[in-house]
Design a protein around this ligand. Structure first.
Ligand SMILES: NC(=O)c1ccc[n+]([C@@H]2O[C@H](COP(=O)([O-])OP(=O)(O)OC[C@H]3O[C@@H](n4cnc5c(N)ncnc54)[C@H](OP(=O)(O)O)[C@@H]3O)[C@@H](O)[C@H]2O)c1
Length: 259
């Protein structure tokens, strides 16, 4: 862990901060005067982002127990905002995905979110301030893949946790972006060429919405009218119809097509 902390300001710990939405959180929070603790597994990329803000950095693969325990310990020391952002998608369909990759995803999207949230909350509850933003997805409202199942867990978990923490002025918010322009899809080998332009948002817009909703104490944050409409349809349409739409919408599961 590097120790470049400035003297004042609240502290935010952001995972997956070396890229995309995590780096956008780092930019926005630095602009608001937060001291940053940035976590990612790629040291060079993390240092490049952290260098912009003089942030503390933790190089960690959060699916490795020793690395996760280090970040957990940093959360226990006390942070004002925890952003559980690190995540990834599989380049393969469900039946072709090795179980080890599924377990790594389950660990990163669920166990890591659970453990870091539980490590960060006690000091927030004591101070009656601060909170957590967990990265879920619009896809968490659809039966699409183990990715969507894990993001559904994130949304339900965050809403559940918020019911316990909100009376102490501590908000837990599930951020549910749709298609967001980051390295995510390239990293997962996804072909996104057929996705209409109007469905895409940029990471800065997603983050601005998340921070606004978190400050309003909302347990669910869905950026953009496009994504709000998609989620409303998923909730209103009969389950069997949603299942059928998912089955007929392409050969590859919507993990690849509708984020
Ligand atoms: N982009 C979208 O359309 C979209 C939509 C809905 C939800 N989301 C969610 O938003 C979050 C951020 O995604 P993004 O779009 O910003 O993707 P991104 O640009 O790929 O950023 C994700 C970051 O998390 C890091 N990471 C992955 N596994 C890690 C691990 N085991 N330990 C530590 N860091 C790890 C990645 O490092 P590597 O590059 O080394 O893997 C990367 O720096 C994810 O949870 C994703 O599921 C994204």
């Amino acid at each position: 862990m590097s120790e470049e902390r400035s003297a004042s300001g609240p502290t935010a710990l952001v995972t997956g901060a070396g890229s995309g939405i995590g780096a956008a959180f780092a930019r926005a929070l630095a602009g608001e005067g937060y001291r940053l603790v940035l976590v990612d597994r790629d040291e060079a990329r993390l240092k490049a982002v952290a260098g912009e803000f003089g942030a503390e950095t933790v190089v960690a693969d959060l699916t490795a127990e020793a690395d996760l325990a280090r970040v957990e310990a940093r959360c226990r020391e006390g942070v004002d905002l925890l952003v559980n952002n690190a995540g990834f998608g599989h380049p393969t369909e469900f039946l072709a995905t090795p179980v080890e990759a599924e377990i790594a995803m389950a660990r990163l999207h669920m166990e890591v979110v659970l453990r870091l949230t539980l490590a960060a909350l006690p000091s927030m509850m004591e101070r009656r301030s601060g909170g957590v933003i967990n990265l879920a997805s619009v896809l968490g409202f659809f039966p699409s893949s183990t990715y969507s199942a894990s993001k559904s867990w994130v949304a339900n978990f965050s809403r559940s946790a918020a019911r316990s923490t909100l009376p102490a002025n501590v908000a837990v918010t599930a951020l549910c972006p749709g298609f967001t322009r980051t390295a995510f899809h390239d990293s997962a080998g996804m072909d996104m060429t057929g996705i209409p332009r109007f469905l895409w948002l940029d990471a800065d817009t997603v983050v601005a919405t998340a921070l606004r909703d978190w400050r309003r104490g909302r347990s669910l944050s869905i950026p953009g009218w496009q994504n709000k409409t998609i989620v409303a349809l998923a909730r209103l349409l009969p389950m069997r119809l949603v299942d059928r739409i998912m089955t007929t919408s392409g050969k590859r599961p919507l993990a690849v097509r509708a984020r």
